[in-house]
Design a protein around this ligand. Structure first.
Ligand code: NAI
Ligand code: MG
Length: 500
């Protein structure tokens, strides 16, 4: 394998980046390719193999062959390899950041570089956890020794989206491999280049077949992976709609499944929190600097009625000061939407808000039809006020920078509206009153509630959703143990008759 393959520009043509199967960089059996675009400029940047069922099968067979050796490798030795990968990734953070910014449209300073930095840290964190794959002993009495082992499941099939591609890819790679599984990971068709770069670095250290990374479309490559008879575990991050398809495939063969799906998360601001730092936190929680293409986005803003207008004034000033533009420009705060389909979807929601007589546009609106921003898929941060919690704008995951602001008077009412959603991934509560904050945090139906902060996930905290936001947890030791190992119980009778 050549480490320069990723960066070598093919003379006169787009560079071509191959998949990783069985330790080798390969094309699709069919020879077909897909084009990856820079959505900030709408220009092609690379071609990738258009993987399909026969490629999935090759990758799964390779992972299957690698499993006995990898699963029997002493866990801390597996961990040591992950730590060496972390170090090698640290040396390539800048290259990874640029790759991700270019293919996703995420701004390099606010998003792509922090994500690339976190990827190396994910390998470091899980590398250190390999010694923690501990079982338990069960006190059944002196006549018996009963203990559990945490065993890997086998070949894991993982499918990831494009919104934080290398972070999500790294989470599947590290947790699956640390626990002794082998992995076939399908990257998202819109953002495979960063994931392939991480795979290239991994392959310098891992035995062939332990990690395989496929590229291709959802139905053509993701479908056959979900349905492959040898795959023993499915881990998916993406839309709730596709999550249901993955769960059906898992049901056919009774394989365990983890799903990290969408969200429509509430941010509840109390009357005592009409302050600048809260506005900053709401902007961070809404993930405006990732074009709000985040499952964790706090996209329903419940403002106490007494501070409604005053808070929105502050929010307008701060959000409209953010700079939209070229993702690779260090001065840019907000980049572009991932592709034309998502761009049209976001514009559709904005258009609907503009046409409703009972919705008030606070700021934003449809993207400009000309000028530099019209060259890419740039959506403008937009806020609608006086919305009702039962509108489509307030119920559906927009996955774009469109925030709805809804007033409330009683805490109970705010909690009722916050929970009136089929999603339950994240939530944000803003108040100086610790009692109100914790009462509300406990009453909210979601997997992660932040009080007085709007940050991203931290390593070590189990992350995942309630309701249709998903099943299972990732990001932590417990998440790895629950999602990527199976418990075996061994019970030994100590009262066997003595011989001789
Ligand atoms: P998606 O769920 O269709 O794609 C995610 C991954 O699943 C990609 O790798 C894709 O190739 C694969 N996939 C798609 N169809 C598949 C199938 N039938 N079988 C197996 N794999 C399949 O997400 P998409 O279309 O990119 O975005 C649509 C919406 O999904 C967004 O507007 C957003 O609401 C939501 N979404 C949520 C994400 C999250 O982090 N929870 C991430 C991305 C999208
Ligand atoms: Mg889709």
């Amino acid at each position: 394998m050549s480490t320069t393959e990723q960066t070598r520009p093919a003379t006169g043509a787009l560079r071509h980046v191959r998949m990783l199967i069985d330790g080798k960089r390969v094309d699709a059996v069919s020879g077909q390719v897909l084009t990856v675009e820079n959505p900030g400029r709408r220009t092609p940047i690379a071609t990738i193999p258009r993987g399909a069922a026969e490629d999935v099968d090759r990758a799964v067979q390779a992972a299957h062959r690698a499993f006995p050796g990898w699963s029997r490798t002493v866990p801390r030795q597996r961990g040591r390899l992950l730590l060496r990968i972390a170090e090698a990734l640290e040396a390539r953070i800048e290259e990874l950041a640029r790759t991700v910014a270019e293919e996703t449209g995420n701004a390099i300073r606010t998003q792509a570089r922090p994500e690339a930095t976190l990827v190396a840290d994910i390998f470091r964190y899980f590398g250190g956890l390999a010694g923690e794959l501990k079982g338990e002993t069960i006190p059944l009495g002196e006549h018996v020794l009963s203990y559990t082992r945490r065993e890997p499941l086998g070949v894991v099939g993982a499918i990831i989206p494009w919104n934080a591609p290398v972070l999500l890819g790294a989470l599947k790679m590290t947790a699956a491999l640390c626990a002794g599984n082998t992995l076939v990971l399908k990257a998202a068709e819109d953002a495979p280049l960063g994931v392939l770069l991480v795979a290239e670095v991994c392959q310098e250290f891992l035995p062939p077949g332990v990690l395989n990374v496929l590229t291709g479309l959802g139905e053509e490559a993701g479908g056959p992976l979900a349905e492959h008879p040898i795959v023993r575990k499915l881990s998916f991050t993406g839309s709730t709609e596709v999550g249901k398809i993955i769960m059906r495939a898992a049901a056919e063969r009774i394989v365990p499944v983890s799903l990290e799906l969408g969200g429509k998360s509430p941010a509840i601001v109390y009357q005592d929190a009409d302050e600048d730092w809260v506005v900053d936190g709401v902007i961070a929680g809404m993930r405006f600097t990732r074009q709000s293409q985040s499952c964790t986005a706090g996209s329903r803003l419940f403002l106490h009625q007494d501070i409604f207008d005053s808070f929105l004034d502050k929010l307008t000033k701060k959000t409209t000061a953010l700079k939209l533009g070229d993702p690779l420009d260090e001065a840019t705060d907000i980049g572009s939407i991932i592709n034309e389909k998502q761009f049209r979807k976001v514009c559709g929601y904005v258009d609907e808000g503009l046409h409703r007589k009972d919705a008030r546009l606070v700021f934003g609106g449809l993207p400009p039809a000309d000028g530099p921003l019209s060259k890419g898929y740039f959506a403008i941060p937009t806020v609608f006020a006086d919305t009702s919690n039962d509108w489509r704008l307030a119920r559906e995951e927009i996955f774009g920078p469109v925030l709805v602001a809804i007033p409330w008077k009683d805490e109970e009412d705010a909690i009722r509206m916050a929970n009136d959603s089929h999603y339950g991934l994240a939530a944000y509560v803003w108040t100086h009153e610790i009692g109100s904050a914790l009462r509300t945090a406990h009453a909210i139906e979601s997997g992660w509630v932040q009080v007085n902060q709007g940050l991203g996930q931290s390593l070590g905290h189990s992350y995942g959703g309630y309701k249709q936001s998903g099943i299972g947890r990732e990001f932590s030791l417990e998440g790895m143990l629950d999602s990527f190992t199976q418990r075996k119980n061994v019970t030994v009778n100590l009262n066997t008759p003595r011989r001789g």
